[in-house]
Write a protein that binds this ligand. Sequence first.
Ligand code: 5GP
Length: 191
Amino acid sequence: MKLLEEKIKTDGKIFPGDILKIDNFLNHQIDVNLMLEMGKEFARLYKDEKITKILTIESSGIAIAVVTSQFLNNIPVVFGKKTAAANMGSNVYSSKVYSYTRQREFLVTVSSDYLTSDDKVLIIDDFLANGQALNALLDICKQANSEVVGCGIAVEKAYQAGGKLIRDMGVRVESLAKVSSMTDNSITFTN
Ligand code: 5GP
């Protein structure tokens, strides 16, 4: 998606540890117009699937998932919680994630009330690096016996292992911007 690539090129900042910072339009401050275009594009890519639920992980995935839902008949958005509250009850699905950016392990948790064997799920996230976050969300869908129609990713760092890992599992992955390389002064993209 050209619009997103251009925005990454002008506003993206590269940090140690191979981190692309896009805080000023996606991860901290949100460019709503760009977000709407991203949602529209995910909806176009998955329009033929009879999706009943969008699953994402807090926090940055939520905004992308919500705008996508608006172009897919306002289907419910469920987000995996990173800190399970006591009031979630004991009927939960959870899976371990090793956080790429925080470099520590955490549990992602979803109440069994909101994901069932009747669901056809589109998984949305902001970044795909090594595939840990997606893998956990896929695991949660498996525990719920939900069908996964595919994943929608804003930014895939295509030179990292996650894209291949998840696609090799037979899961459809659509990424709006695929970064093929990042150096201090240039970011390149691939199709
Ligand atoms: P993975 O689980 O695929 O290794 O990493 C994906 C998760 O780590 C995303 O949910 C995102 O929060 C975070 N992440 C990975 N790489 C980057 C990056 O370059 N920039 C930012 N802002 N987040 C990243």
